[in-house]
Design a protein. Structure first.
Length: 450
């Protein structure tokens, strides 16, 4: 942890959007997960479910990575393939089920059934109804879904025919997450998105008609050629749809994106997208527009129409250290006290599984202190946490454990403490990811971004 004094001015803003990752998704950072710890992970699978968590047993869910897309968006930094034919896709689905079969019999799973299932990508809706049925039938056979509270499915609007949407609903999907990103056709095109606004309207209307319990839409503030007026129009259109929740990302330009390749080719250090202050102002504008019609801001990236009804079980699990059995190329999960991540490349992943081996590429056992840092930081992303909750779970009051970074954030004006609650101000929430670096242990301080 850094130990800055509490009366410092706010951390300097890096104004322009330069290349790099902004989002804090896990802790310790992925760079510290190592191939040499994979054998430790294999040993952890041989033990019954962890008792690290004082609750009876950690909640358990599944993540499935579908790495296919119709085309690669220029801002995409995920491992995706746009050139696989149907036999390769079928081979991948076979590999997913073979991987799941290896895990299903392990003592670490202990016969548990998933409480949540998340299909992410890539584009899960790239798969045909038959392929989806084959995959989910196989999954349910290995680990039944009869205790599942939520099944989330990420979808690209242009892949959604009525027939496919119906098939997705029939599989048991409860939370449809539509990757809309923007409503303006020029912005969608210039950023390399495969879909257009007409497809959004059609897919959304039919998804509503067939009664998905929850529909989330994703937006991105600050795409290439975004303007104040276009953003306002996009927010107005999003509000008009009345989605159950909205996830709003601020455009970042990691090194493995098409945009960065263009920057490099042109010798440019600054990405051709809005600066961070502008992106934060645009997200704030969207928050206020949704609040005006009754939505609640529930994290640095989400607004929800009815928080009493709309839950996000996957995120609750991810943020609170649940066991998440993740399968698929490059996917990362957490089982029995260990982080792990699969091979990044398609063929090594498929080959490993086909040979009856686990396709795990790197792993890490976070220490008790690191687990505490992880959960507390992720909790702050939600905007407000209960000190008592963490004190009971980790045996130390967070106001003592994290006294220095909390004092730093307070000194910068980003905390709003009150009784048991440790809250983050709106200004803090709009830049929460860069603030979380204050909680990192010194050896994990590899540089703040933005
Ligand atoms: S649809 Fe999503 S995963 Fe696919 S290329 Fe675009 S950003 Fe990447």
């Amino acid at each position: 942890m850094s130990h800055a004094a509490s009366n410092l001015p706010a951390p300097p803003l890096r104004h322009e959007t330069t290349a790099g990752n902004y989002f804090v998704a896990n802790y310790p950072p992925f760079a510290f997960w190592k191939p040499e710890y994979v054998s430790e992970f294999e040993a952890a699978l041989k033990r019954p479910p962890s008792t690290l968590d004082p609750r009876p047993s950690p909640s358990f869910g599944q993540y499935v990575h579908i790495p296919f897309c119709r085309k690669r968006c220029h801002f995409c930094y995920f491992k995706v393939y746009t050139d696989k034919d149907s036999s390769e896709v079928r081979g991948y689905l076979d590999a997913l089920l073979a991987e799941l079969a290896v895990y299903a019999g392990q003592p670490a799973i202990g016969g548990r059934k998933p409480k949540f299932v998340y299909f992410g990508g890539g584009t899960p809706s790239y798969l045909s109804p038959d392929q989806l049925k084959f995959l989910t039938d196989g999954m349910k056979h290995l680990l039944p879904w009869d205790e599942v509270e939520e099944v989330t499915f990420e979808a690209e609007p242009g892949t959604l025919t009525d027939h496919k949407l119906k098939a997705i609903r029939d599989l048991g999907v409860t939370r449809l997450s539509l990757g809309i990103e923007h409503f303006d056709d020029h912005i969608l095109e210039i950023n390399g998105r495969a879909h257009r606004s007409k497809e959004i309207a059609r897919a959304y209307a039919y998804a509503r008609e067939i009664g998905f319990p929850q529909i989330n839409i994703d937006l991105i503030a600050g795409m290439v050629e975004e303007t104040e007026d276009k953003w306002r129009e996009t927010v107005a259109k999003a509000v008009a749809l009345q989605p159950d929740s909205v996830t709003i990302y601020q455009m970042e330009v990691p090194f493995n994106t098409g945009i960065y390749q263009q920057m490099k080719a042109g010798g440019k250090l600054v990405a051709p997208v809005a600066d961070w202050e502008t992106k934060r102002a645009w997200v704030d504008y969207a928050y206020r527009a949704f609040e005006q019609v009754g939505y609640t801001v529930t994290s640095g990236t989400t607004v929800v129409r009815d928080p009493a009804r709309v839950k996000f079980v996957y995120r609750e699990g991810l943020f609170s250290g649940a066991d998440i059995l993740s399968i698929g190329v490059a996917s990362f999960g957490h089982l029995n006290g260990m982080h792990y991540q699969n091979h990044h490349e398609f063929q090594p992943y498929v080959d490993a599984v086909t040979a009856g081996k686990l396709p795990v590429y790197r792993a890490l056992t976070p220490s008790a202190e690191e687990r505490y840092i992880r959960e507390f930081m992720l909790g702050l992303k939600l905007g407000s946490v209960s000190a008592r909750h963490y004190a009971e779970k980790f045996g130390a009051d967070p106001r003592v454990q994290f006294a220095a970074p909390l004092a730093t954030l307070k000194g910068w004006g980003f905390l709003s403490n009150g009784g048991d609650r440790i809250g983050v101000t709106r200004a803090g929430l709009l830049q929460i990811d860069r603030l979380l670096h204050e909680f990192f242990k010194p050896e994990h301080q590899t540089g703040r971004y933005a």
